[in-house]
Write a protein that binds this ligand. Structure first.
Ligand SMILES: [Zn+2]
Length: 352
């Protein structure tokens, strides 16, 4: 079931026109009514925006309503997401090559929990905005392109099986978008027709193409830009190479969690039943808290490996516990933490 949003603590922001006097007669403008209000998700958080309408205080020109330009420019009409958010997500995706999971994490860190579905929609909106703004920019670089030609980078994103593909073709030297398109399939002929042919139609010499190693893209480049050098994108290769490692790491994390939680349970029970006055109990409770914290860590594909992080954290705790034991500070009542096997076990599960 969809949870209703809690709007109680959302800050309110009121927008007024920059004019304070009537441009026709010079009389003071006065507030007439709220033109619209809406909840908006921006990079800085959720806000409740009010756009206040003002009109001339003299009856003869009171029919003209003045409004805030800033309020109108915060988001596309009828949208509950701000332009700043849409542009940031597009930047993460197409300039920093972030995966959908990474973008979700970045948003979560900003306390903007936006679902994967919404992120995808916003990427689509970003492409639409880009499309609208690009012709003028391309025109501004006409001289450069005529002299140096184009190095194309072609980036596609298949959000989920059966969904539309989001594509962007950029000039790699200037980092300038040439075509941004949503395709209903990643077929080679569609890529050719809707992405490469429009770039060819710009009339500049195309010197090279960079993309991921997708076979449809390769075929499309061969068909439309025959003879043009085509290189695989290093970021994509690295991400794809990282995927099996990420999966293996996740499996290791799951095993580690299960083993440690099973061993920790009876110890936690024992600790909660012991006298809280005992300083040893306090120290051990801290350790078990630290352990529980470490077990909660999550990874992000492709490079943030939670299993390895957890493994390192367990080793750190183990060393610390052994140190305590040596000093005689605590009883050796945590056999699960001070026994080697779980750590060596886990190492053997890592891929070679
Ligand atoms: Zn007036």
């Amino acid at each position: 079931m969809r949870k209703a949003k809690n709007n109680k603590n959302v800050p309110k922001r009121y927008y007024r026109p920059t004019l304070t006097t009537c441009p026709r007669c010079g009389a003071l403008l006065r507030r007439c009514w709220t033109l619209w209000d809406k909840y908006l998700v921006t990079l800085a958080g959720r806000v409740h925006i009010f756009s206040l309408g003002y009109s001339c205080s003299r009856p003869r020109c009171s029919q003209i309503i003045y409004r805030s330009v800033d309020a109108e420019q915060m988001s596309p009409k009828g949208y509950s997401f701000g332009f700043d958010l849409i542009v940031q997500i597009g930047w993460w995706r197409f300039w920093e090559h972030r995966t959908l999971d990474e973008i979700a994490m970045l948003l979560k860190a900003k306390h903007l929990p936006i679902s994967r579905r919404h992120i995808l929609n916003l990427i689509g909106d970003f492409l639409a905005l880009l499309r609208a703004a690009q012709p003028a920019k391309i025109e501004a670089h006409r001289d450069y392109f005529q002299r140096h030609g184009l190095v194309l980078s072609l980036d596609g994103m298949e959000p989920e099986q059966g969904n539309e593909m989001l594509f962007i073709v950029r000039e790699a030297n200037l980092d300038l978008t040439l075509v941004a398109e949503t395709l209903y399939s990643s077929r080679a002929d569609l890529i050719s027709r809707q992405l490469l042919e429009p770039v060819k139609a710009l009339g500049f010499r195309i010197r090279a193409v960079v993309s991921d190693a997708d076979k449809n893209i390769r075929r499309a480049v061969e068909a439309s830009l025959s003879g043009c050098p085509h290189q695989a994108c290093q970021v994509h290769c690295l991400c794809e190479a990282g995927q099996p490692i990420f999966e293996a790491d996740r499996a290791m994390k799951t095993d580690l969690r299960r083993d440690i939680r099973a061993k920790l349970r009876p110890i936690s029970r024992g600790l909660s039943q012991s006298s809280q006055e005992d300083p040893q109990v306090a120290v051990l409770t801290d350790y078990s808290e630290a352990l529980r914290d470490a077990l909660r860590a999550d990874g992000v594909s492709p490079f943030k490996l939670a299993g390895l992080k957890l493994y390192a954290e367990l080793q750190r705790l183990e060393t610390s516990l052994r140190h305590c034991q040596k000093k005689g500070g605590i009883l050796s009542c945590l056999p699960c933490l001070t026994s080697r096997p779980f750590a060596t076990n886990m190492l053997s599960r890592m891929p070679n």
